[in-house]
Design a protein around this ligand. Structure first.
Ligand code: SF4
Length: 524
């Protein structure tokens, strides 16, 4: 889950930069900041962005919200350096001309979103600030939605510094301004406290000194008559050590067969070693190849097309469950700019739960649900309804329970009147994912995954396919869209709420079904 959050923070930054670059720069062979970052990920991606951008699968509509996040954080950042001039982006040449005149003004002021082009390089500074210590120089401030300094951010700033200096601008200090994840909102956002400003002038030097050579190579790639032949690698799914899928992945990975070696559980590196050896299918992994126990189970299941079942382990898991039994699932929003008092950037704020209650073994489950349908803080009503639903005894099952446990703990901390309740509830939770994550049961159709979205179809035969909302990220973004945007059509809003109820309800119904089948396996 942490990896997932880091991914969404990076996504906020890269989607925002890419869309801005696309709008501003019409010459496809100009190297913009976002293309520079593409180039660091893969020469093939760079070439396609510059020479055949139509080959890149379209950006999903859901990423509009990601772009909006970058835009809102950027607007907030301008308030951190007040009194500046915002160079509007509509016209590329006008932007550059206006930037030039602002840079040479006798009474320099901060410049927001200044576009600078030199040769085939283009960079757009989030904020340029007249240096207080170096006359005639400009400090560069790069704003990021992330919550810490990452190598990819340093490379980004180094590229900007290079562009500005090539354009004859005297650069003073270079700063990264990222979100402070310890900031807690009380009233209006305090921009001083919300952002952390880090001087990275020295840290970017190792990247900066390599740039002339690096950029020469990137331009050679852009000008190649044909796309470079690059093999897929771990770089397709990682940026700066964080999971980040390349937009070309659906195309470049399309040659992989079903049940391929890149599905090996916790085995991406091994999988790529196998691909490099020309071994693509799990069933073709040689007998002597070193695999973990779980990877071996996965391979053997795929070869036999049979499920692996460890009855004693499943039985042991089931014995820990007591009745009345509740199956529980939460949905949350997590936003870069905290919306409610007492919350932090990217805090998971629960707005919906589903609970299926089984009073006794075999009893027909009763369904309870909560969905906060107004734009105020959902947590007080959520925790009140949840407390009423969870009773005082019996096991509470969740899937990947650390997520739900974390939210309950936070609710207990945020609302002291629920502190004792949270302490009482937490020891009652068990994780229904365990029989699958520990490979007590594994079906080849899980493709090495213990996520509910993979287990449900493989184990029960039900799917989330065809649901208007069928995964947590979309649930979160759709909830925020219809709840906080007053202009949303009421019919649209009502439909999204109904879709959310169907989605969250299916998650806990799925757990009811999975538990039932685990019991059948033990009895058989
Ligand atoms: S999917 Fe991989 S090989 Fe294809 S362009 Fe992206 S990084 Fe390069």
């Amino acid at each position: 889950m942490d990896d997932e959050f880091e991914f969404s923070k990076l996504q906020n930054d890269f989607v925002y930069d890419s869309v801005r670059d696309l709008k501003a720069v019409k010459d496809p062979k100009t190297l913009t900041k976002s293309k520079f970052l593409n180039a660091l990920q893969c020469p093939k991606l760079l070439w396609i962005r510059c020479n055949a951008p139509d080959q890149i699968p379209p950006t999903p509509d859901s990423l509009q919200r990601v772009f909006d996040t970058g835009h809102r954080v950027g607007s907030l950042a301008m308030k951190r350096f007040p009194g500046g001039v915002h160079v509007q982006e509509e016209n590329f040449m006008e932007n550059i001309q206006e930037t030039k005149s602002l840079l040479s003004a006798v009474d320099p002021r901060p410049i927001y979103e200044a576009g600078i082009k030199t040769g085939r390089l283009y960079a757009r500074a989030d904020i340029l600030v007249p240096s207080k210590t170096n006359s005639g120089a400009w400090d560069v401030v790069e704003v990021k939605c992330g919550t810490s300094v990452k190598e990819i951010y340093l490379q980004d700033v180094a590229f900007q510094r290079y562009c500005y200096e090539q354009a004859g601008i005297k650069v003073g200090r270079c700063f990264l301004m990222h979100i402070n994840n310890e900031y807690v909102r009380h009233g209006e956002i305090d921009v001083e406290a919300f952002f952390t400003l880090e001087d990275v002038t020295e840290e970017i030097v190792p990247f900066f000194v390599q740039l002339a050579v690096l950029l020469k190579g990137f331009f050679q790639t852009i000008d190649m008559p044909a796309c470079p032949n690059i093999s897929i690698s771990e770089g397709c799914t990682k940026k700066s050590g964080v999971r980040y899928d390349c937009p070309m992945k659906p195309v470049c990975w399309a040659f992989l067969p079903a049940f391929n070696v890149l599905e090996l559980t916790r085995g991406k590196k091994k999988g790529f070693d196998l691909v490099d050896q020309g071994i693509l299918r799990l069933v073709d992994i040689p007998d002597g190849f070193k695999l973990t126990d779980n990877q071996m189970i996965q391979r053997l299941c795929t070869i036999s097309n049979q499920a692996h079942v460890d009855q004693p382990e499943i039985s042991g898991f089931l014995q820990a469950i007591s009745y009345p039994l509740r199956h529980m699932d939460f949905e949350t929003i997590f936003e870069a700019i905290p919306r409610f008092d007492g919350t932090r950037p990217y805090q998971q704020v629960p707005f919906q739960f589903s609970v299926h209650l089984e009073e006794t073994p075999g009893a027909t489950p009763k369904h309870f649900e909560f969905l906060h349908k107004s734009s105020d803080d959902p947590r007080p009503a959520f925790v009140k309804a949840l407390k009423a639903c969870l009773g005082s005894d019996g096991t509470i099952l969740a899937w990947n329970k650390s997520f739900e446990e974390g939210r309950i703990k936070e609710l207990g901390e945020a609302f002291p009147e629920y502190s004792q309740w949270a302490q009482d509830v937490l020891p009652r939770t068990e994780d229904l994912m365990i029989p699958f994550s520990k490979y007590h049961y594994h079906h080849p159709d899980q493709h090495g995954s213990a996520s509910l979205k993979k287990v449900l179809p493989a184990f029960i035969g039900k799917t989330y396919a065809g649901m208007a909302i069928g995964e947590g990220g979309l649930a979160s973004s759709e909830y925020a869209r219809v709840t906080y945007d007053e202009n949303v059509n009421p019919t649209d809003r009502a439909k999204v709420y109904a879709d959310l109820e169907a989605y969250c309800g299916l998650d806990t119904q799925a757990m009811v079904d999975i538990l039932k089948k685990l019991k059948e396996i033990v009895r058989s």
